[in-house]
Each structure stands twice: as C-alpha cells, then as structure tokens.
Design a protein around this ligand. Sequence first.
Ligand code: SAM
Ligand code: SF4
Length: 469
Amino acid sequence: MKISIEGVRSFIPNGEIERLLEAGKNADASRIKEIIAKSLDKNRLNPDETAALISVKDRELRQLILEGAHELKERIYGNRIVLFAPLYVGNECINDCVYCGFRISNKDCHRATLSHDDLVAETKALVDVGHKRLIMVYGEHPMYSPEYIAETVQTVYATKHDNGEIRRVNINAAPLDIEGFRTVKASGIGTYQIFQETYHEESYNKLHPKGPKSSFLWRLDGLDRAMQAGIDDLGIGALMGLYDWRFEVMGLLYHTIHLEDRFGVGPHTISFPRIEAANGTDFTTHPPYQVSDEDFKLLVAILRLSVPYTGMILTAREPIAVRNEILRYGVSQIDAGSSIGVGDYAHKDDESKKKSQFVLGDTRSLDDVVFELAQGGYIPSFCTSCYRAGRTGEHFMEFAIPGFVKRFCTPNALLTFAEYLYDFSSERTLKVGLELIARESSQIEDQAMRISVLDKLQEMQAGKRDLYY
Ligand code: SAM
Ligand code: SF4
C-alpha cells in the first residue's frame, strides 16, 4: 500500500470552528429552542447551530438539549437497542498512538494474532452466547493486509455452530488505499469504521508520532477512499480526551458535511469513545482533555441532535451507570458481553490484560445486559435484515422513510430478540423478555402487521429460526 496524500486538503476549518464556538456563546434561550426544534423536524444542524448548543452553560438550557435528544430518539427510532460484540483479531501494530496499549513502543503488550483455528474458536464462543453482529478489530501492521482482513471476515461468516451464526461483520481497522478497500468490501462487510481520534491537527501530530497513522491527512481522507471504493456504509468517531470535546464534536459535524457534500451520503454511525486506562500506558491516567460525565452526556445529546439520521454507538468502555443513563439520549447500538483481549472469548487467561488495548468499564455478560435492557423497557435487537436484504444504510432508512421503523425495525427487533430468548437466554431473561415481546407486539398499530408478527413469533416458538422482514 502506498500512502499518498497528493491533492488531499483538510476540510476541518480550525479558525472557523473557534469563531463559531465563540459566537455560539451569545445564543439566547429562544435561539437554542429553535435549533432543537429544527433537529426534531429531522434536519441536520449547521455548524453555527451545533456551536450554539455546545456553548450553552445554563443548566436549564442544557436540560432542554438532553430532553430534545431523548425526544428525537423516541420519535424517530423508538425503544430498540442493537447489540454487537467486538472481536479483536490481532494487536500487532507499527504505529505509536500514545494512548493505546497496542502501540509499537509498549514493551508490556503481549502480542498476539488469532490463527485460523483461534478465529473459529472465538467466533463459536460468540455465537454460543447468542451474538449475531460483530465488529472485527485489527492493529495496523503489514500482516493485516486487505486480503488478510477479507479472509478473516469470510472465516467468521462461514463458521456455523448449533443454531447460531454471525450474520453481520463490521470492521474497525486502519484506513486502506482504494484497492484495499475494494478487496475488503468484496468479503461482505457491513460498516467500515475509522476514528479520526482528534480533528485538531496539531494535537493529532503530537499524539501519533510514528508509522502510517502519523499522517493526519491520510487518515482524514480514509473514508473518502472507502467511498471511492464503493463502501458507503461508514462509521466516523473521535476519541474523547485528546483535545477539547467541543472542537471534536464540531470536527465530527464537518466530517459529516464533507461526506454529504462530496458523496451525497453522510456517515452511517458516529462513535464517541472516551479514553480508558490501558496497560503500560501512562498517558491514559491523565488525558489532557478528560471529559466529565456531565459533559459526556451533553456531547452525546448534541451529536444526536446535530446529525439526527446516524446510528450512535456507545461502547463498553463506559461504566454501567453511564451506559444506562446515556442510552436515553439517542444511542442506537451498544456492545455487550465484550472481551477485548485477543483470543479472550474462547480462552481467558492471566495474560488477558496485556493482550488488551484498554480496560473495559462494563464487563456484564450479554445475558445480563439483555436482561437489564428488557427490564428497562428497551427491545434488545440482533437484527441484520437490512444488510442481508441489500438495504444499505439501515439507520438512514429508519430516519428518512416514513413508517420504516414500524414496518421493519420493530418487527425484526422482536423476532431476533425472541430467537435469542429461545436459544440462548437464562430463565430470568426469558421471563422478562417474553413479557416485553407480548406487550410490544400487542401494540403494533397496523393490524395486518400485528397478525403477521404474531404468526412469525409462533413459528419461532415451534422451532423456526432466522425469520425477518
Ligand atoms: N488500529 C486501527 C486504528 O487505529 O484505526 C484500529 C482501531 S483501534 C484497535 C480501535 C480504536 O480504539 C482506536 O481508533 C481508538 O479510538 C480507540 N482506542 C485506542 N486506545 C484507547 C484507549 N486507551 N481508550 C479508549 N479507546 C482507545
Ligand atoms: Fe495501533 Fe490503532 Fe492502537 Fe494506534 S490505536 S497503536 S494504530 S491499534
């Protein structure tokens, strides 16, 4: 792969961002209400509007932003939460990102890459607890070529075990060249996710001193190359704590607008991980711009309002209490039952921490997460139907097509949840889950749809699997 940034220019206007954040401080209550209303009317916000939300200091107005995000989620997306698990394939890395346990200079990192058999064992372990959606994660190393990534994806899809199989594989890996992206696309991936880490170029350069990732522009242009290779299902993200979160939220918005302007499609998902402690990585104990829980909640709500059409991903980096609360503000996907040490699902050992990129905040099992979601009135969804029916951009369709959630998402969430309950759940989850399904299915307004869902649920109880709309 040849790294070329010829002709690539940054679309992050630092000066303009600073100016808008400053000007945003002058927005009064009526302006903030107007901006929230615009988002609730299903419009993506403009940078000056997002900057105004970011600059709010008043407690009551902050509360209005949180409530606005909650209302948007309820109105457009309903009460489903899509579940997935990360699968770390290898932690070899030639970069030196100062915050990451996998960085090349971390002598305390136990290096590991799954063999074919290990990968099959990891996949079976995930399938056996009920997962259907994975994100496969790789360090950046010549070993993890596009062909290798494609091969590992195919291995996962080909691994069936008892009643289970992985039905959608997303990717989080280094940005590739266009040819490389084409190769990975051909393996049948869902979303390709790349985090810019920080949109502040000067900070980026300091924090990424070595390797291909040291080029800000190569990374910034990564999703453009993916689009050029025909992957239009893309995830963006920023690692919160490297620079001022206010700037990062603006960066995510400018990235969104850039993709919309250039390709007519915005990002499919937005991620907003906070830095977590990592083995052998002092930087993570005192990140320069640590984000408080209060600010974190607000930034999630602002992102929800700013780009109302994307999926929002909240990972198990966060502790349980934070996860439970922030679900309200527009999160659409969470990971559950996650292990992030390479090979940990099949064989957890004492070395696990040294094979991990960072330390997780939420280590509940998938079944515990499902139980608590159901108890809280959320429908845990393992749906992969859009991807498999060739409907790309599932979150965008949920947002843009009137009735889509009622016609596809809720019924599919109920069916995949039932499948999980019959095949994988504990007794207590089964009980709470079936009650939730009964309640939710009886509330389907369209009579024909309600009857059809109830029929399919019965077929499922009788042993049929993988039913979807
Ligand atoms: N090596 C590829 C790359 O850098 O794009 C794949 C991604 S890396 C394995 C996954 C993501 O984890 C990174 O993009 C970064 O945002 C995040 N990450 C790294 N160190 C972290 C830490 N200490 N705490 C939380 N997230 C971290
Ligand atoms: Fe390597 Fe990615 Fe970690 Fe950077 S964040 S050191 S590229 S695995």
